[in-house]
Design a protein around this ligand. Structure first.
Ligand SMILES: [Zn+2]
Length: 350
């Protein structure tokens, strides 16, 4: 490791620059060895009990099937605490993670007999342990699973409203419909309920092959989203890009998962194009061990290979601070800390 005031290579700079992460899924953070240990402890079947084989797939539907199988290995609140602690520790150690807003899908866990409060309580225990050891902070986004349909989406928002927790700061939406679509418009009732009650809202749109800039517009205009998760397909319509740029819409993008699932290359990645066209983006891990990545790699490999210079990386990190759902005074403090640390790290670049 370099001295704390010595010169830094660009890779060291990219790993050490302080980070806020806005797009990471709790069930997608389970390390394969942890999933196998939990499966053995809880008597749950997995597609493979070999940690080198478990996370192998070549389509989003296969990936989602393994993700849901792994989520079934979490049975006791302590299992949730372990996973939350391990992923936050990894974010700190690989990428200097300071604050994360992490999706969790209650609908994945109800079949294992857990209540919403037990799920949040378990994850919360892991968050508190990580905060105590590393100072890292984390809040949660309750995610609607498209697979479970619009009525389950409304039920999730009702549950979030009926069981307020300090940690749960908004509503998201991921997965695909049983037909393999994003179809954001069919979830309008869930989002209307969330908006009426003042919840922050975001949604995965414009991600998969076949989705369009119109899906991004629906998320903004019909669902009332504060920010967009992925959104790569926006590049198909310059007018929608212009609007998102003018309205300073934030896109939480994920370099490694999109390369893995959609065949993009880092050298010609839509994320790079989105940045060059003036959109406000951040870099995130999505489901880190499922795509053989971590927060450090998203920058050390992703940002570097996409051609981001130090001043661009500083902008990406500050974009994430600006788009997070912390109260304004806390965001302001975080921004000041980040600016000071980024300046000090930049001065040490060789
Ligand atoms: Zn995602």
């Amino acid at each position: 490791m370099p001295m704390d005031d010595g010169p830094l290579t660009y890779a060291e700079f990219l790993a050490r620059v302080p980070k806020v992460e806005l797009h990471c899924h709790f069930p997608g953070t389970v390390f394969p060895a942890t999933a196998i240990e939990l499966a053995e402890k809880n008597g749950v079947e997995l597609p493979s009990m070999d940690p080198d084989e478990l996370y192998r797939y070549d389509s989003i539907t296969d990936f989602l099937a393994v993700l849901q199988a792994v989520s079934k290995t979490l049975v006791e609140p302590d299992d949730f605490a372990r996973v939350a602690y391990e992923t936050l520790a990894d974010g700190v150690h690989t990428g200097n993670l300071r604050y994360r807003e992490m999706f969790f899908n209650p609908d994945y866990h109800y079949p294992q007999g857990l209540s919403y409060d037990e799920i949040v309580g378990g994850i919360g225990d892991g968050i508190r342990r990580a905060h105590g050891e590393f100072g890292v902070r984390c809040n949660l986004i309750a995610a609607i699973s498209r697979f479970h349909g619009p009525e389950a989406g409304v039920a999730l928002v009702e549950t979030v409203l009926a069981h307020p927790h300090d940690l749960v700061v908004g509503i998201g939406m991921d997965d695909l419909t049983p037909e393999g679509k994003e179809a954001p418009e069919i979830f309008v009732d869930a989002y209307a309920l969330a908006n009426e009650n003042g919840l922050n809202v975001t949604a995965h749109v414009g991600e998969i092959d076949g989705s369009t800039p119109r899906d991004v517009l629906i998320a903004l205009d019909v669902l009332g989203c504060d920010r967009i998760d992925h959104g790569y397909r926006i590049l198909g319509d310059p007018e929608v890009v212009r609007r998102a740029r003018d309205e300073r819409v934030h896109f939480t993008t994920c370099p490694h998962s999109s390369v893995w699932l959609y065949g993009f290359t880092f050298e010609e990645h839509p994320i790079r194009q989105m940045f060059l066209q003036g959109l406000r983006i951040s870099l995130n891990t999505d489901d880190p061990p499922f795509f053989a990545t971590d927060l450090g790699k998203e920058f050390v490999i992703g940002a570097a290979q996409m051609g981001f210079a130090p001043e661009h990386v500083a902008q990406l990190c500050l974009n994430a601070v600006d788009a997070c759902w912390l109260p304004e005074p806390e965001k302001e403090r975080l921004r000041e800390d980040f600016c000071r640390e980024i300046d000090a790290l930049t001065a040490r670049l060789t």
